[in-house]
Structure formats: structure tokens, C-alpha cells
Design a protein around this ligand. Structure first.
Ligand code: M6R
Length: 607
């Protein structure tokens, strides 16, 4: 996590650093800080809280053209001003901002303390300026390089030297860094989003690379001293600053953007006549598709839930084994990777450390992994090399909404391609293609008439515990709904496969416990009805998401929320919508920070 931004050039650094931090704040927002070079000295300012707090408390900052800045998501050490970045060496001549985790910080700290260093923070990051100082003999690049030889763990860093106002040193291992080469100015950032305000010409640092950055140049090498061919790329993605377009929160805006996001994901990809789809970025012929014997989706959080839907759709329509794996579990458990399995790494940000780690593990074991990613040019997209962008557009709210429905849409397009090389006939393929094409209007139809979300909010807002239930595809929707309610409203809840309820969670039910059942009209509906009766018999208050017109199910519920009818394999695209709105309304009713919920960050770039 954490966002890093650095500026060196002919213009005032501070406003550019602040602008950069605002655009990186989604990566963490516990505290923020800035270091500026001026008159051979380093000036710093740090504050607990948001970038805006930092900005408001800036008191007579020097007029500097070189600086580094940081927005933090705490890992080592509490949320305090002392733990905020930048960190300085003892004499205040070297400043460092760091994203990542220094795993051998205890050993390094002990060594430095023996040398007389007094640490001022509890962070792992503070070892860096002291270690760099330990090796500094007048050459910034050499000092940072020597220090990093001692470090185990992940880092993206930017380093200022009071003695060298004409450069910033940047280095990366496991935590992304991109350098933007502008006209007489160079910027360094954790991702391309804040870079595009300056330039679209960028150099992505690879792991164990170090760069000496000046106002008009970059000198790149590997940490082992070997030279690197600097490849300048021109980025073309949509990185515009999203505005709230009149919505009170980004989350609500992004929920309402889902019809257009799905539409964008489908655009140019459906072949209605052929009853097929085309995802060009996969670069797979029908013969390649035929050689795929199983599919594994790896992802975290909401993206994992999209992966579950995708896996179920592949099994149901393409009839080959498919599964979804939580990336953090998968990467560390000695996974079996077979050459005829196709892997998808699903990620909105394309920066999630665990998903990236899983991709690297899969590739190291000879597996074939493609990305299903939203942010163009992100680390996972580049690491995979091939895949598909979901084109949901910038997602700012920490709670992922439109990325989920776009990820599901992309995976359904792939399912159609795969299924057509197997048992799906032309006629069936055309029907699937038609359903996909209609999804934006189905989603819009629901959002225009969202049903009694207020009533459902009144049921869950003060509940000590809420149980979400669903079967099959609806279990994935239930998982996603429960995650949203936790994240945004901090209401304790969990999702269970409805059939599994009687094996334990039923013990949680008492008079009035809210149980939310996702029960669209599919071949599991009757079993879901039995589950509803079981929970009602225990006094639960029932909120049901059901297919419009299914009066039998609606009649069972205390609060019944109808969604438009769609085939079972597409149902999460509509059943998830009321669950997103429920989390939003509940968060609002409880006075939560909707777009920046506590303890979270938009992009989880540490393990
Ligand atoms: O950027 P990614 O899609 O890789 O992020 C994965 C999860 O961290 C993310 O979906 C998280 O669970 C969201 N906050 C959910 O709303």
C-alpha cells in the first residue's frame, strides 16, 4: 500500500507533490508527509490523517523545485506523526519515502542501534535512511544500492539527498514505481495515475532496479550493477481524475455507472451472428481454447467473488473444470500448476500484492496466466503480458462495485468463447450473446427502480449480526454483499452457502436476526425457499432478493427486493446491485466514511 510521489524540475514542487498525493490517496490514507530540498537542506512536514490535513497545515514551506511525498497505510507502527513518512537519517540530510515491508528490519535496526542510531519511529521504513547514511560516501546511487543489498523484503522508494539537489534516487523490489519523463521535469510515482498530469512518457522500474532521476534524464541499472536498456513507453489509458458528477459519494456514482461500465466491457467483443465473443488481448485461437482443460481464477476480495462467478459459468456452459482461488492462499501452499490449465489473475487495480505474487508463482511453475484487469498498464497487466481489460473506468471508492460487474462480464465473454469451442451450439451461443448484450439495460432497469432498500437498511443497521445466504451463483453474490456491508457499514455479517447453514451458522439465529437470502428464479430456488422457512421458524427477519414476478418467494419475505429476470449464469450481475445499495445506505445511516472506510485502502500492495 502507500503512495509515493516525487518531483524534480523547473516548476514549484509542492503543489505538484500535493496533487500527486491526492491522486494516490486511494492507496492509503492514515497519514501523509512531504520532504522538500531547499538551500542545501531538507524541509519536512508530516501529519496524521488525509492529504488535505497535510495541505492545510503547511506553514511557510520553502520554494523548492525538488521533493518527495507519501501517503501511508500503516503496517509497522501505529498511525502517528512519528511513523509518517518521509523518514530522515540522524542529521536530517537524507529523506526516504517507502512503500512495502522491510522483512529483516529487526536485525537491521539492532545493527544500526549498535552504531548509535536512535530511531524516532516504530516503522520498518526508518531503517532505510539510516542504512543509506551508513553507506554514503558522497555518491547517492552507490549509497542506496549498497543499502538495498542488505535489505530483505519489498520496497518502492524515493530518496532525497541534501547534498544533491539535482537528483532523486528511486528503487523498486515488489512495490511498483513508475518514472514519468516530462519536458524539463521528471516525476516518480507508485502508479501511472498521477503521472499523466505531467507526461505520458514513462519508464516502469522492474524488480531490483535502481534509478538516478534528474529533471531531464533517468539513469537506470540493476542492483547487481548491470546496465539496463531504458525502455520508454507511451501510456494511453484513461487516467482522468474522476469527479463525483453530482453524486454525494463516489461509491454511489460508481454503482450507477454499472450499465455504462458493462457496456464498455462488451463493446466490440460480442459476435452476435456467430453466437460468439472475441477478447483480442487473450490472443487465443479456437484451437488454443480447445487445448485448455481447466481454468483457475486467482484474485482477492471482490475480484475473487467475480472469479467464483466466472468459474461456475465456465463449468456450467463450457463444461470443463474451473475454480476460483484466494490469491494469498494459493501462492503460499505449493500449488499444483498444470500446463493445460489456463489461469486468470483478476484485479481491479492490477497492483494487489497477493494476486501479483500468485501470478509470479504460476509463471515460475510454467503456468499460463492472463490478466482480467481494470487499470491499464498496471503491474499485473504488464506481468501477465496478455489478458483482457475490463474497461470499468476509474474506480475511486474503496468498495469495489462497477469493477465487480465488469469483471464478471469479461469472464462471461470468455466463457462464451470457450463454450463455443466445445458443447455450445450456434443457437445457444446466440442466446448467450444476446443476454450479455442486454445486461446493461437490465442493470439500468434495476437501478431506476431499486425497490425497498430503505426498509432493508432499517432491518440491518443496528443488528449485531447479519447472515447472507445463497446457493450456487447466488452464494457468490451473497459473499460480495456481505463483504460490502462489512467494509462500508462495519456491520458484523457473514455469507454462507444456504445448504451449509444448518451445519453451524443456524445457531446464530435468534428472534429478529436479519437473514438476507439471494434467491433468484433458478433451479436452486425451491431449496432456497426451504432455507427461508428454516430461518423464519427461528424468528429471523427475512430480506430476500428475488426475480421480479416471483410472488411465492416475495410473499415469504419481510422485505422483498425484486430484480429483473436473467438466466442463472448472469444472475449475480443483477442480484449484487441491491446488496451494494444496502451497504451504501446502511453506511450512510450509520454515519460511516463511505468512500474511505476505516483501516482499508483501495489497492492492497503489501502481503
Ligand atoms: O484491486 P483488486 O481488485 O486486486 O483488489 C482486490 C481486493 O483488495 C478488493 O476487491 C477489496 O476486497 C475491495 N475493497 C472490495 O470492495
Amino acid at each position: 500500500m502507500c503512495g509515493i510521489f516525487g518531483y524534480i524540475g523547473s516548476k514549484k514542487a509542492l503543489p505538484r507533490l500535493m496533487e500527486g498525493l491526492h491522486r494516490l490517496e486511494y492507496r492509503g490514507y492514515d497519514s501523509a508527509g512531504v520532504a522538500l530540498l531547499h538551500d542545501g537542506r531538507i524541509w519536512t512536514h508530516r501529519r496524521v490523517g488525509r492529504v488535505i490535513q497535510l495541505e492545510r497545515t503547511l506553514n511557510e514551506p520553502p520554494d523548492s523545485r525538488t521533493g518527495i511525498a507519501h501517503t501511508r497505510w500503516a503496517t509497522h507502527g501505529g498511525i502517528t506523526e512519528d511513523n509518517a513518512h518521509p523518514h530522515l537519517d540522524t542529521e536530517g540530510r537524507i529523506a526516504v519515502v517507502h512503500n512495502g515491508i522491510i522483512e529483516n528490519m529487526t536485525t537491521l535496526r539492532a545493527q544500526l542501534e549498535k552504531e548509535g542510531v536512535v530511531f524516532r519511529s516504530e516503522t520498518d521504513s526508518e531503517v532505510l535512511p539510516h542504512l543509506i547514511r551508513h553507506f554514503y560516501r558522497g555518491n547517492p546511487l552507490e549509497a542506496v544500492n549498497s543499502a538495498l543489498q542488505e535489505v530483505r523484503g519489498s520496497y518502492g522508494i524515493a530518496v532525497l539527498f541534501a547534498d544533491h539537489p539535482d537528483c532523486i534516487v528511486a528503487a523498486r523490489n515488489g512495490s511498483p514505481l513508475v518514472v514519468g519523463l516530462g519536458d524539463g521535469e521528471t516525476v516518480i510515482a507508485s502508479d501511472p495515475q498521477p503521472v499523466v498530469a505531467h507526461t505520458r512518457r514513462v519508464v516502469y522500474l522492474e524488480d531490483r532496479e535502481i534509478a538516478l532521476v534528474t529533471a531531464d534524464d533517468i539513469e537506470l541499472q540493476r542492483l547487481d550493477g548491470t546496465a539496463v536498456n531504458t525502455e520508454v513507453e507511451v501510456i494511453s489509458g484513461d487516467y482522468d481524475v474522476a469527479d463525483q458528477r453530482g453524486y454525494p459519494h463516489f461509491m454511489l456514482k460508481e454503482i450507477h455507472e454499472q450499465p455504462e461500465a458493462i457496456e464498455r466491457c462488451l463493446r466490440g467483443r460480442i459476435q452476435e451472428e456467430e453466437g460468439n465473443a472475441r477478447l483480442g488481448g487473450l490472443n487465443m485461437t479456437p484451437r488454443d481454447l480447445l487445448q485448455v482443460n481447466s481454468v483457475t481464477n486467482v484474485a482477492c476480495g471482490t475480484a475473487y467473488h467475480a472469479g467464483l462467478v466466472g468459474a461456475m459459468a465456465i463449468e456450467a456452459l463450457a463444461r470443463i473444470p474451473a475454480r476460483a482461488e484466494i490469491a494469498s492462499e494459493y501462492r503460499h501452499r505449493r500449488p499444483i500448476v498444470s500446463p493445460d490449465t489456463l489461469f486468470f489473475a483478476i484485479s481491479q487495480s492490477g497492483e494487489t500484492a497477493d494476486t501479483l505474487g500468485a501470478v509470479q508463482e504460476i509463471r515460475l511453475k510454467g503456468g499460463h496466466c492472463m490478466g482480467v484487469v481494470n487499470v491499464v498498464g498496471s503491474t499485473i497487466a504488464r506481468e501477465c503480458g496478455a489478458g483482457t481489460y475490463v474497461y470499468a473506468g476509474p474506480e475511486v471508492a474503496v468498495a469495489s462495485t462497477k469493477a465487480f460487474t465488469s469483471q464478471v462480464t469479461a469472464l462471461l465473454l470468455f466463457t462464451l468463447m470457450l463454450a463455443r469451442t466445445r458443447n455450445l451450439s450456434l443457437g445457444e451461443g446466440r442466446r448467450v450473446a444476446r443476454v450479455l448484450k442486454e445486461m446493461p439495460s437490465k442493470v439500468a432497469e434495476y437501478l431506476q427502480r431499486p425497490g425497498p432498500i430503505d426498509e432493508a437498511t432499517a432491518v440491518v443497521r443496528d443488528a449485531p449480526y447479519v447472515l447472507f445466504l445463497g446457493r450456487g451463483f447466488s452464494y457468490a453474490a451473497a459473499l460480495e454483499g456481505a463483504l460490502k456491508l462489512k467494509e462500508i457499514a462495519y456491520v458484523a455479517c457473514e455469507a454462507y452457502p444456504a445448504g451449509e447453514m444448518k451445519h453451524g451458522p443456524i445457531a446464530m439465529l435468534e428472534e429478529g436476526t436479519p437473514v438476507l437470502v439471494v434467491a433468484p428464479r433458478d433451479d436452486q430456488r425451491d431449496k432456497a425457499i426451504s432455507n427461508m422457512k428454516e430461518v423464519q421458524a427461528r424468528g429471523a427477519r427475512l430480506i430476500v432478493v428475488h426475480t421480479a414476478g416471483d410472488d411465492e418467494v416475495a410473499a415469504l419475505a419481510d422485505v422483498a427486493i425484486p430484480v429483473p429476470p436473467v438466466p442463472y449464469w448472469a444472475s449475480p450481475l443483477v442480484t449484487v446491485l441491491p446488496l451494494q445499495l444496502l451497504a451504501y445506505q446502511t453506511g450512510l445511516a450509520l454515519g460511516r466514511d463511505i468512500d474511505r472506510p476505516r483501516n482499508l485502502a483501495k489497492s492492497v500492495t503489501v502481503e
